[in-house]
Design a protein around this ligand. Structure first.
Ligand code: 3UK
Length: 527
């Protein structure tokens, strides 16, 4: 079947896309004119659009041969790499739903996502699969495990061999533009992950509405996202938007939390656009030899999202590197950025202004719209790229998805010039290094320590003005404050959760502030 999506450009609404639309178009629109041009660059492997197009076809064929049905979930658990990308677009082309899993989480977290999503395939790097393997028996829906790397156990498939004999051509599944395409898990207030499904249409729409219209991406650009591909901030900025306009993308398998990895990748592959969370910029600024040791001259613009970028950090980056950082707020619920600064129109410290494709409202707690400048309200957003609900979470869905409007959970004030200023969250959730941390989950880990009677976790600012978890702890009676109890508690958390969730500071207190009904008042501990 010949499909006629053919690289539509200039869309501003979902209806501008054909009814039958498969988001593999984002890759394949480059095949007629750019097959021999670079699509992906990385230390391990680089490839042209033609080469990745062929690999995507092999993956799509292999998935279909192994029984993938429309809308089946394929979980991907691997560092950013060419194979991550071919698994992602191979799944989409075959009509499946690609679930990029956060590689920093624990094997128990991964198991929970596999179970909740009812994933049928898992494509995982040997290293990340190793600690998860023994748990997979509990995952009833999982039919096939495909391993990236050499350490392949009985019953598993080796990725390279699995796709080797597949034909290099493949017809895309004739999905509808509203059919599910990607799935991501986002942490909720209770620490329970919520699945967020997006449709095929959301990828090109986000690419056009923000990537083209706001950021001004063009084919000559080369992008590099320190935010990982499993995070929609990274999938969009570091892959989808780039290919949408014909630009190449740099991938890095090493951890971006080691800031020299990021800077060395910039120097080696010379991207023009860098995406990072505020922490990434703060870590780079902490290096005294940032600009003498690292060549950042290829960059024309930087982007920040995940949490708000303090004005002081913006100015320090500008002063040291000469580069602007574009701060925009996005969410997994909207797939990407829905309120943003623009090149040439940046108000440091703010999230910028609305742009075409999204309507914003600030409302009070009764849902009444606020018009006065400077008044803090709850931010609601309406746009076509919003997910429709959380997967099998009716109560949380009802709270967040209100008809066409989406309740972001963020507090904002709009100034007289129309710029939006982030004023915290309306729940207790923390953004740490751009990734969610639920205080409830960290408190749960602390409570499992024998010295802890009660505790509360809140956000506290570090020296760069960025939020990190801080725990207030009431010790059990008779439990002395050994000189290293704080360090012991932090190590205890580290062993039980993704490392970034651990408290950075512990303060021992005699009691915690509580409501009359005994509920801990975290907001009274923030500082
Ligand atoms: C917070 C920000 C202030 C805010 C994301 C860009 O972060 C992303 O998605 P998540 O679902 O979290 C969404 C929440 O994070 N936030 C994000 N960006 C900013 N707060 N200034 C910012 N610039 O609380 C929001 O509700 O993890 C960001 C693109 C794609 C994304 N998924």
């Amino acid at each position: 079947m010949k499909l006629d999506w053919a690289g539509v450009r200039g869309i501003s609404r979902a209806a501008d896309l054909p009814q039958t639309y498969n988001a593999v178009d984002i890759l394949e629109r480059n095949l007629p004119a750019r097959a021999h041009e670079p699509a992906l660059l990385s230390l391990e492997r680089s490839c042209t659009f033609g080469e990745i197009g062929a690999e995507v076809n092999r993956v799509a064929n292999a998935l279909q041969r192994f029984g993938l049905h429309r809308a089946d979930v394929v979980a991907i658990l691997a560092p950013d790499s060419v194979e991550w990308v071919s698994a992602f677009f191979g799944t989409i082309k075959a009509g499946g739903v690609a679930l990029g899993m956060n590689t920093l989480l624990t094997p128990q977290d991964h198991l929970r996502q596999l179970g909740d999503s009812q994933a049928r395939f898992l494509i995982a790097s040997a290293t990340l699969l190793e600690p998860l393997r023994a748990l997979l028996g509990a995952c009833e829906t999982l039919a096939h495990v495909v391993v990236l790397g050499a350490d392949v156990h009985a019953g598993e498939l080796a990725f390279a061999r699995w796709i080797a004999d597949e034909p290099v051509s493949c017809a895309a599944a004739p999905t509808r533009r509203d059919d599910p395409c990607t799935l991501n898990y986002s942490s909720g207030t209770t620490g329970e992950p919520k699945g967020i499904l997006h449709a095929h249409k959301d990828l090109p729409l986000c690419a056009e509405l923000w990537g083209v219209n706001v950021l001004g991406l063009r084919a000559e650009d080369r992008t590099f996202s320190a935010a990982r591909l499993f995070f929609t901030f990274g999938t969009g900025g570091g892959l989808v938007f780039s290919w949408y306009v014909g630009a190449s993308a740099v991938l890095m398998s090493q951890s971006p939390r080691v800031v020299t990895n990021v800077l060395e990748a910039v120097q080696r592959f010379r991207p023009t656009i860098l995406y990072n969370a505020p922490t990434g910029y703060a870590m780079a600024l902490a290096l005294p030899d940032l600009c003498t040791r690292h060549d950042l001259s290829s960059l024309r613009l930087c982007v920040s999202a995940g949490e708000s970028l303090p004005a002081a950090l913006w100015h320090a980056w500008k002063q040291r590197t000469g580069l602007d950082i574009l701060d925009g707020i996005g969410s997994t619920e909207n797939w990407h950025i829905f309120l943003s600064n623009r090149p040439g129109d940046i108000r440091p410290g703010s999230s910028g202004k609305p742009f075409d494709g999204y309507e914003l409202e600030l409302v009070d707690d009764e849902g009444r719209e606020l018009h006065e400048p400077g008044v803090v309200g709850n931010l609601w957003v309406k746009g076509e790229t919003a997910a429709r609900s959380y997967l099998r979470r009716p109560e949380q869905s009802a709270h967040t998805f209100r008809g066409e409007w989406l309740v972001t959970g963020d507090k904002y004030a709009r100034d007289a010039d129309g710029y939006y200023w982030h004023a915290g969250r309306s729940d207790d959730m923390l953004k740490v290094g751009g990734i969610w941390v639920s205080p409830v989950e960290v408190e749960g880990a602390l409570m499992a320590h024998e010295a802890v009677l009660e505790c509360a976790v809140v956000g506290s600012l570090d020296e760069a003005g960025l939020v990190k978890p801080k725990a207030f702890v009431v010790r059990k009676p008779g439990r002395a404050l050994g000189h290293d109890l704080a360090a012991e508690l932090i190590a205890h958390c580290r062993a039980r959760m993704a490392e970034y969730k651990r408290p950075r500071w512990i303060e021992f207190v005699d009691e915690l502030p509580k409501t009359a009904t005994g509920k801990i008042q975290r907001f009274r501990l923030r500082g």
